[in-house]
Design a protein around this ligand. Sequence first.
Ligand code: AMP
Length: 281
Amino acid sequence: MEVIYQTALLKSRIGALRNSGRTIGFVPTMGALHEGHLSLVRFCRQQNDITVVSIFVNPNQFNDKTDLERYPRMPDKDLALLRSTGYDLVFMPGDKEVYPEPDTRVFDFGGLDRIMEGKHRPGHFNGVAQVVTRLFELVKPHKAYFGLKDFQQLAILRKVTSDLNFPVEIVSCPIVRECDGLAMSSRNMLLSQEERKRALALSQSLFQAKAMKVRHTPDEVKDFVTGRIQSSPGVDLEYFEIIDGLTLLPVSTWDDRHDVIGCIAARVGKVRLIDNINFSS
Ligand code: AMP
């Protein structure tokens, strides 16, 4: 197990590993690790000879400066968790190692960024695509692991890797939840005790929405979730959309050709949370 801070050293390690014919799996993260991240690391270890984890709070994907400043950082705890889970390389670069020059690339997501996170966080996915493609160029993974928790991010990264012909397989991993249903997130630790209780409105309304599917149309379910969240004290709904899992376009019936996903974003106090549920599984 090795922790690498510099791009040059990472490149030389990766070069040697690839020459030796070993398969490389990659888990990009922003740190403040929890079981959701560690589940990705475990999948990666099962499926590859070498597991590379990156910890980098990417400034380019934050459209809100305060959000970037408040983002939790705890490198020592992260490394201890990774040590007990197992890994081969951890890459923990500073900003200049990832972006020696400002990254001015502008990506075309073919409209996948027009709704939900893309609409509410302008520039967010462009920053995500910048960092992920940069990290792919450095780590040269055979497979890369992403959580379904960030559903729209996964759809967008699949498009970017295929448009740019990156020879990497994108592997999606299930959402890991706390015992009471709250989707695990690094941001959960920013919630006060009271806010932590209030945040349950997100997962609970998604579970209720799924149970309603048998008797109600997507529009009715959308109205229900919107109303429920709007009447939850201390929770400000940003959006709830019921979408086609491939095109990310809103659906009007359940018998869609692809998986139908309900995606929610809300602010609990100052903390912005997202979650989603698959209505088709
Ligand atoms: P982040 O550190 O928030 O950028 O997340 C790094 C990776 O972990 C992304 O692919 C996320 O989708 C994934 N992830 C975050 N939370 C969860 C969770 N609760 N369950 C599964 N994957 C997650």
